[in-house]
Design a protein around this ligand. Structure first.
Ligand code: BES
Ligand code: ZN
Ligand code: ZN
Length: 499
């Protein structure tokens, strides 16, 4: 979708939108339009149940002398409660309202609107970014969809006094939009298209042109490093695994890198501990953690972030076969610790533990954040609203929680405790790969990961519930992949680690 910022309007036959606040208070631009239309807006409001709640919209078909197609009232809710994310959500709601009409362009008038420290240019950019985020649709395989059934909306224009300021404010936001769109695409691609080798190639293609160093380790290299846990998961598949290491240096030479590690199980059948058939197709999303890491690096490079960042993703396919690992197999991880694989479906932690160990040993990072669609248990605990946050460091956890609130990518901190860790103990290997029974499944998974963390500050985000949403629609996404984590972690880097 094309984004325009202008200080005067020139388009005709388009949808025109103006903002309305709580208790149907008209914004300045709405007032002007109400006057020029001899009270069309006040009349419509009087005869509707519109309450101007945040993101609520009302469309009025325009009388033909107006030379526009329709007039859209966009609710912004309580003026005092408006923040950046709320403006983005309103922009997304406007997109959603117009995208299914025949209109090719929507023109939102905001004049010199401001809320506290948020000024016109920034507000215009936020409306546009919300609309762009919402516009992503995974439709490349719909060969028979009729053109008239596709969203007609191609241009989102904001009329704002400070059009130059808006353009400038939109630059870093467009880097986020590009990262989020890439993430959703990687997530949504089926497992016959994105498998470890093709995925590694795609990462190179996306990131190398941006000046990011991309290394791809194959089986032999991983064997040399002793990554028995990751390789054990991969051994059942004809698709070879890869460990992809991405390095972006935008900070000072002596600055320790920030490390992001992603679970990249391109398909999780469960292996020999096979999953039930119903819903298994959703396990193409089991590489979402890695997609967030790849896309975060893209966003950081696009907006030239002043930080040193490494991304490490473990790419494997978890399949049952004659060569697959069996329940009860004992593998030796890169750390030297041995693991009994009691359940081959608890494979994410086996991939992550080697990827995390490698990252700490090689990069000695400032902190390490891993993302993974790790457990079904976190979906039961937190649904698709909050991701589970586990951390050995209060400062890092606090920062991530705050960034979650700021970006609307919510996280909820969960506990770690020795008594959970004890449930991983065994008498014949250093640990089991699952806890006792099904209780506290996401916590025992996090405890497992913590056994592979040295002194470094570490946070684990279990995004199994939030990475993709099939039952309801997130304000900034359509159904399916959300890219949850890209905006949060970009904000974390921006607010705290760029000098
Ligand atoms: N990929 C799954 C977790 C998952 C479940 C992600 C639902 C998204 C939606 C993971 O590899 C897994 O299968 N975990 C098992 C662990 C269990 C065997 C201890 C689970 O959560 O059931
Ligand atoms: Zn699994
Ligand atoms: Zn999995």
């Amino acid at each position: 979708m094309k984004i325009n910022f202008k200080s005067e309007t020139s388009s005709a036959e388009v949808a025109v939108a103006v903002a309305i606040f709580d208790k149907n208070e008209l914004s300045e631009q709405a007032k002007i339009l109400d006057e020029t239309t001899k009270g069309l807006i006040t009349h419509a409001l009087k005869h509707s149940k519109f309450k101007a709640k945040l993101g609520e919209t009302m469309s009025i078909m325009a009388p033909n002398d107006l030379k526009i197609s329709r007039l859209i009232l966009l609710g912004l809710g309580d003026k005092k409660k408006i923040d950046a994310t709320k403006i983005e959500e309103a922009g997304a709601a406007l997109y959603k309202t117009v995208c299914c009409t025949p209109d090719k362009e929507v023109v939102l008038h905001i004049g010199s609107m401001s809320f506290g420290s948020l000024k016109g240019g920034e507000i215009a950019a936020l409306f546009a970014s919300g609309a762009s985020l919402k516009s992503y649709r995974f439709d490349k395989y719909l060969t028979k969809e009729k053109p008239e059934d596709k969203p007609a909306l191609k241009t989102f224009t904001v009329i704002v006094d400070d059009a130059k300021g808006a353009q400038k404010a939109y630059e870093p936001l467009s880097a986020i939009v590009e990262g989020v769109h890439l993430c959703r695409e990687l997530q949504s691609e089926p497992a016959n298209v994105i498998y470890p080798v093709s995925y590694a190639e795609r990462i190179e293609k996306e990131l190398k042109p941006l000046g990011i160093k991309v290394e791809s380790l194959g089986v032999k290299e991983m064997q040399k490093l002793g990554m028995g846990a990751l390789l054990g998961v991969a051994q059942g598949s004809v698709n070879e695994p890869r460990l992809v290491v991405m390095t972006y240096n935008g900070g000072k030479k002596d600055q320790k890198p920030l490390a992001f590690i992603g679970k990249g199980v391109t398909f999780d059948t469960g292996g020999i501990s096979i999953k039930p058939a119903g819903g298994m197709e959703e396990m193409k999303f089991d590489m979402s953690g890695s997609a967030v890491v790849v896309s975060l690096l893209k966003t950081l490079a696009l907006r030239k972030a002043k930080a040193n960042v490494v991304g490490v993703v473990g790419l494997v396919e978890n399949m049952p076969s004659g060569t697959a690992q069996r329940p009860g197999d004992i593998v030796t991880s890169m750390s030297g610790q041995t693991i009994q694989v009691e359940n081959t479906d608890a494979e994410g932690r086996l991939v992550l533990c080697d990827a995390m160990w490698y990252t700490q040993e090689r990069f000695k990072p400032e902190f390490m954040v891993d993302l993974a669609t790790l457990t079904g248990a976190i979906v039961i605990s937190l649904g698709s609203v909050h991701a589970g946050l586990f951390s050995n460091n209060d400062k890092l956890a606090e920062r991530i929680s705050k960034m979650g609130d700021k970006t609307g990518e919510l996280v909820w901190r969960m506990p770690l405790h020795e008594r959970y860790d004890e449930q991983l103990k065994l008498s014949f290997a250093d640990m089991n790969n699952i806890g006792v029974g099904r209780e506290a499944g996401s916590i025992t998974a996090a405890q497992f990961l913590q056994r592979f963390v040295n002194d470094v500050p570490w946070a684990h985000l279990d995004i199994a519930g939030t990475a993709y949403i099939s039952r309801w629609e997130h304000p900034l996404a359509q159904k399916g992949a959300t890219a949850m984590g890209v905006r949060l972690l970009n904000q974390l880097v921006y607010d705290h680690y760029e000098g």
